[in-house]
Design a protein around this ligand. Structure first.
Ligand SMILES: [Zn+2]
Ligand SMILES: [Zn+2]
Length: 268
């Protein structure tokens, strides 16, 4: 009934617990998950999950925060995207959060390599027709501008995709929706401090909404601060259900249908 549209089950803290996590998923009616790739080096581990279990799928991409790793080319991404059970390109995007602490005091102008890497992913996605999984933090203006420049404005030939783990403003949500993208909410939606984000979740059309854990990070209340896993995604659905006056089952169903529509490669 529930789909976790974004998780990192290849990370050691989750992979080492996989049998227990799969049991917990079944008990919580989380019947499918998309395993997200963050480096080329990690791809085979992510892909092995998708090949090993018929309710897991994989993406191919390099996260904007990762440095000192193999840089993807369009050809390399296309080669990986052509492998069986790879249904999306990402996660990719831009992350300018805490330039002082996390980026060694570099400036946004020094992040051209991130913007180039993002363009590489967009070009690959548009060539293979698979949707983009977009990570954007403190960088929404550039994210939206680059998508538009690369032709991802919802017009014919657009790959489309999802703004994952959405934490941005209503204005950014509107821009993403205007570009034809879906919006995915994580456990952050359940945090006490996320009142503004809950307003966004009241606004996003029900046919453009996904849910995710982004596990092992960002466990929803009541597990906040613990290691997250896909079996907790119903807590995100429950929060949306409360906000929209729906049953949790209805949110599980509609986000599952949206997942199937966006990641149409899961059908093949
Ligand atoms: Zn992310
Ligand atoms: Zn992620």
């Amino acid at each position: 009934m529930f789909v976790d549209s974004h998780c990192h089950l290849s990370f050691p803290e989750l992979l080492s617990q996989l049998p227990q996590i799969r049991e917990a998923m079944a008990a919580a009616q989380v019947d499918r998950a998309l395993c997200i790739c963050t480096t080329l080096e990690e791809f085979e581990d992510v892909h092995a999950l998708a090949m090993g279990y018929d309710n897991f799928w994989a993406s191919a991409g390099v996260h904007p925060d990762n440095e000192g790793i193999a840089e993807p080319t369009v050809d390399k991404l296309l080669e990986l995207a052509a492998r069986p059970r790879v249904v999306g390109i990402g996660e990719t995007g831009l992350d300018y959060y805490d330039m002082e602490g996390r980026k060694g005091g570099r400036e946004v102008s020094d992040m051209e390599w991130q913007r180039e890497r993002f363009r590489t992913h967009i070009r690959a996605a548009r060539t293979c027709g698979k949707p983009l999984i977009i990570h954007t933090r403190s960088a929404s203006d550039d994210t939206v501008a680059i998508l538009r420049e690369e032709g991802e404005d919802g017009s014919a030939g657009a790959a489309g995709g999802v703004f994952h783990c959405f934490t941005e403003t209503m204005e950014v949500a509107r821009a993403a929706l205007d570009l034809g993208f879906h919006i995915s909410f994580s456990g952050i939606l359940t945090f006490k401090t996320a009142a503004d984000l809950r307003e966004v979740a009241k606004f996003v059309p029900l046919d453009r909404m996904l849910i995710e854990t982004d596990s092992p990070y960002l466990a929803p209340v009541p597990y906040r601060g613990k290691v997250n896993n896909p079996s907790y995604v119903p807590y995100v659905a429950r929060q949306i259900a409360q906000l929209r006056g729906l049953s949790v089952e209805a949110v599980g169903e509609l986000t599952s249908r949206n997942f199937e529509a966006l990641f149409s490669g899961i059908q093949s």
